[in-house]
Design a protein around this ligand. Structure first.
Ligand code: NAD
Length: 361
């Protein structure tokens, strides 16, 4: 079956890293039989420059038609003084909400070759491979009522509402169980059920959904303990599922366990498994145009796309293995460079991964 892929490279290093990802896609199509129909469109500052808005209608229309979207990054200092509604980041937030991407997948994985880059001891993080599934469109960031009001005594108070409907909890739980089924079949649901009624309901609904996934081992953990366990013994986790705010915090902490922002992909999925795939880093304007950006987070985003939107876990594993092989060869872009390793440009890194992938034929 031919899959439709929309590529939106964006700004800064976006076009450079996406260029390397496209070399991979080319090999996957020509040599590995992946059937793709690829379109390109503008987003972010590049779209503003060309069409006056950060998410033009034609980009959104193509994204709606696609089975998956690959995004580079958006933003840059030249756009920081624009009115808020046409800033590049607005294009990103809008495409996520227009496509109903409610499940945010944030893997924290660390190739053992790079364990020295973490601030934690190498044996705690080497070969780390966890997946945090964060609910992205509900919870306290969106709950009503919210605001700042005056109390009877004339003091100001700020307030937000943490609210989750059963249906919202059920769909994120289901997404997380499905992901666990494609991995090591262990799911830890993170909440604050000892204090919050929302979390009590969260737990009840997650337990209900678990009945449909008897092969997945479900556990529960309070968020404060989860934060401690993530830095104490992160390898105990396979998949974690949690609400919007807890997930925001835990996924950043988990990402930093790996110590290298240029290595981490992410995905946001809708209810049908359509996804937008992107590196977690931004447009890195400080190094844009120099040909030194690390393309591996974007290449690993393709592996996630193969696994979660195209149901090709076999090809995903091959792409991940190719990245591992290149690290074994000692090739490093400047952001992950260490003594004794060989410095590589963006293109040299991309070419090496392509060559390592071809070797698996
Ligand atoms: P950033 O992630 O772009 O950069 C942070 C640091 O990491 C920089 O020193 C950068 O050079 C380095 N870095 C990032 N990716 C790298 C890579 N692939 N290879 C090597 N080094 C890399 O974050 P920032 O500097 O805070 O933001 C820059 C711009 O990106 C801003 O306009 C911001 O709004 C935007 N941004 C976009 C996204 C996105 O598109 N999803 C995410 C975060 C920030």
């Amino acid at each position: 079956m031919t899959q439709k892929l929309l590529i939106v490279a964006g700004d800064g290093i976006g076009p450079e890293i996406v260029g390397e990802a496209m070399k991979m896609l080319d090999v996957l199509q020509k040599d590995f039989g992946l059937a793709l129909e690829i379109e390109h469109a503008l987003i972010g500052g590049a779209a503003y420059d060309a069409q006056g808005e950060p998410l033009p209608d034609n980009t959104l229309a193509l994204a709606r038609e696609a089975d998956a979207v690959l995004l580079g990054a958006v933003g840059g200092p030249q756009y920081d003084s624009l009115p808020r509604e046409v800033r590049p980041e607005r294009g990103l937030l809008r495409i996520r909400s227009e496509l109903n991407l409610f499940a945010n997948l944030r893997p924290a994985m660390l190739y053992s070759q790079l364990a020295g880059a973490s601030t934690l001891k190498a044996e705690i993080v080497a070969d780390l491979d966890i997946m945090i599934v964060r609910e992205l469109t509900g919870g306290i960031y969106f709950g009503q009522p919210r605001g700042v009001r005056s109390t009877d005594s004339g003091e100001r108070e700020g307030f937000n509402t943490l609210v989750y409907r059963e249906s919202e909890i059920e769909r994120i739980a289901r997404a997380a169980f499905e992901i666990a089924m494609k991995r090591d079949k262990r799911l830890c649901s993170v909440d604050k059920a000892n204090v919050l009624e929302v979390s009590e309901l969260w737990r009840e609904v997650v337990v209900g959904v678990s009945k449909d996934y008897p092969d997945v081992e479900l556990s529960h953990m309070y968020v404060d303990n989860a934060a401690m366990q993530l830095v104490r013994a992160p390898k105990q986790f396979d998949v974690m599922v949690t609400g919007n705010m807890f997930g925001d915090i835990l996924s950043d902490a988990a990402a930093m366990l790996t110590g290298s922002i240029g290595m981490l992909p992410s995905a946001s999925l809708d209810e049908q498994g359509k996804g937008m795939y992107e590196p977690i880093h931004g447009s890195a304007p400080d190094i844009a145009g120099q040909g030194i950006a690390n393309p591996l987070a974007t290449i690993l985003s393709i592996a996630m796309m193969l696994r979660y939107s195209f149901n090709r876990a076999d090809l995903a594993a091959q792409v991940q293995a190719a990245v591992g092989a290149v690290l074994d060869q000692g090739l490093r872009t400047p952001d992950i460079h260490a003594e004794g390793m060989q410095r590589a440009s963006t293109a040299q890194m991309g070419n090496a991964v392509v060559a390592a992938l071809r070797k698996q034929l």
